[in-house]
Design a protein around this ligand. Structure first.
Ligand SMILES: Nc1ncnc2c1ncn2[C@@H]1O[C@H](COP(=O)(O)OP(=O)(O)O)[C@@H](O)[C@H]1O
Ligand SMILES: [Mg+2]
Length: 406
């Protein structure tokens, strides 16, 4: 096998496997000079890969730290993640921190880092005063800024809105914690010395707007610009396909590439990976030559098969996790109708479908809110001129029809 981008389905990609995204990365660095950003796209579009790239190949003036937040459900969880990552990054801060906590961390000198982390977690949970932890964290940030001389700190918070949504699921306490955290992050972005020295990238697979408006906290993020991660442009996708086949030392002609582009529709890297993976496997299993007819067959019979089903299941499961029961039920019905419709569905007709599912207990306002949520969570697209609603993209629509269309 040659050096070059290889098929790498599921986890974020890095090194040779990370392809292009040049424009997106340039836009991120440009905006980060003066502002923090939200990096927004559906799950599996390539956000974490971009964020890891920002971490691994930072622009000269930044010192990045990456935080994975999806599995945290409380402010204590966030504090733990934040504090332990900062300590991991700078031994000198670790010394100061240990001094400040000498009573709690007795004998810490001999402790391994993971044992220390367990102790830290327990301490944060037991000593849950946010006001105090906030001060400590601010001091740590100031200390870190000093050690990095003229560099700005870049805190990359992956799946930030999902974490807030996890907080909200815990009830009133969680909601209060989410607002406190948002207020604190705003303060950090607006007050010296943080204003000049700290930037955030907030990455999210669900629309942050829905979470924030539920919390009635729009003011806390209205200063942050959003950078969208979308599909590859066609010429980038062509190059990507060519390079992968070259890495695999397989020859394909331009009609095959054209057939792949047409079948996939929205040129998201993971869709292209799955498509190419299935073509190569099918060709190896059957001995057939890779040609447009095989591509078409693989799209129809393999790419949405059980082998790749799991990569998209989260879209379905998430409805139950992040929507109220009643909303989830009517959303599921609307998505089923949209997945099985040839084209989009006029908004008036979709409202009737919604009302039917709600046994006429819904109203226009609730319906509009639900549509906005489904739009910002990347399930649907609305054509406001045509007054029609569509599934977000062809691949997902086909996947949904196969698994949840009946
Ligand atoms: N720049 C890229 N180059 C090649 N493949 C990519 C790229 N970005 C994403 N992918 C593909 O998409 C998958 C999911 O990427 P990831 O960054 O984890 O997405 P997200 O964080 O948006 O869910 C990867 O496993 C890989 O198949
Ligand atoms: Mg991710």
């Amino acid at each position: 096998m040659k050096e070059g981008p290889n098929i790498h389905i599921g986890p974020p990609v890095w090194g040779c496997d990370f392809f292009d995204r040049k424009k997106t990365i340039d836009v991120c660095w440009e905006k980060l000079r003066n502002n923090s950003i939200i990096l927004s796209a559906p799950r599996r579009y390539g956000k974490s890969s971009v964020m890891l790239h920002l971490r691994d190949k930072p622009s000269m003036e930044f010192f990045p730290i990456y935080f994975e937040l999806e599995d945290h459900f409380s402010l204590a969880g966030f504090v733990y993640e934040f504090v332990s990552k900062i300590l991991e990054h700078d031994k000198s801060i670790m010394k100061k921190f240990k001094k400040g906590f000498s009573k709690i961390f007795k004998g810490i000198g001999e402790m391994s880092f993971w044992k220390f982390k367990i102790k830290l977690k327990k301490t944060i949970e037991d000593e849950g005063d946010w006001e105090e932890w906030k001060e400590r964290i601010q001091q740590m940030i100031i200390d870190l800024v000093k050690t990095k001389e003229s560099k700005k700190l870049l805190f990359i918070l992956d799946e930030f809105p999902l974490m807030l949504s996890n907080f909200i699921k815990q009830g009133e306490k969680g909601e209060t914690e989410a607002v406190k955290l948002l207020q604190w992050l705003r303060k950090i972005r607006h007050e010296s010395p943080f204003l000049e020295n700290v930037r955030f990238v907030l990455g999210g697979s669900i629309g942050i707007e829905k979470v924030i408006s539920y919390l009635k906290a729009t003011r806390t993020i209205n200063d942050i610009e959003t950078v969208q991660i979308g599909a590859f442009e066609p010429h980038v996708a062509v190059d990507f396909i060519k390079k992968i086949f070259e890495t695999k030392e397989l020859e394909v002609d331009k009609n095959v590439i054209k057939a792949i582009i047409e079948a996939v529709g929205t040129l998201i890297p993971i869709y292209l990976h799955i498509m190419i993976d299935s073509i190569i496997k099918e060709s190896m299993n059957t001995g057939r030559k890779i040609e447009p007819a095989l591509v078409k067959e693989c799209y129809e019979k393999r790419v949405h098969g059980p082998e790749y089903k799991c990569y998209f299941e989260d879209y379905y499961e998430r409805l139950w996790r992040y929507y109220l029961n009643e909303e989830a039920k009517s959303a599921k019905r609307m998505l089923r109708e949209l997945a099985t419709a040839d084209d989009g569905i006029p908004i008036d007709r979709l409202f009737l479908i919604y009302q039917e599912e709600m046994r006429n207990r819904g109203d226009k306002e609730k319906f509009d809110l639900l549509l906005s949520a489904l739009e910002s969570d990347f399930y649907i697209e609305r054509d406001r001129g045509e007054k029609k609603v569509y599934f977000h993209n062809k691949w997902l629509k086909d996947w949904w029809r196969i698994y949840h269309g009946a």
